[in-house]
Design a protein. Structure first.
Length: 95
């Protein structure tokens, strides 16, 4: 199991819209093969910044999602709110 870590910078003033749209997008990503859950956390110091954590069975499962129609739906629901492209990295299982 790996964890995808994505810093999401939302256009200021659109946070509520983003959170509502994320509510629609969450089941899309969680229905992807190899996805074991997604969570979104809002930063305290900068409320326009969010941390997305997604548990995947492998990096390949995440890559397959990004090549799927599900990703197109995910992107249409979430990316319109970003002020800059997300920074996405992957972390191994706990050591």
């Amino acid at each position: 199991m790996i964890v995808e870590h994505a810093m999401l910078h939302v256009n200021p003033g659109r946070e509520d819209e983003f959170e509502m749209s994320f509510g629609l997008a969450r089941p899309v990503i969680e229905s992807a093969p190899g996805c074991h859950g997604a969570e979104l956390r809002r930063q305290i110091e900068d409320p326009s910044t969010y941390l997305l954590l997604v548990q995947w069975s492998s990096v390949e499962a995440h890559t397959a999602f990004r090549d799927s129609d599900r990703y197109t739906t995910w992107r249409d629901l979430t990316h319109i709110f970003y002020s800059e492209p997300p920074v996405v990295t992957h972390f191994q299982s706990p050591v």
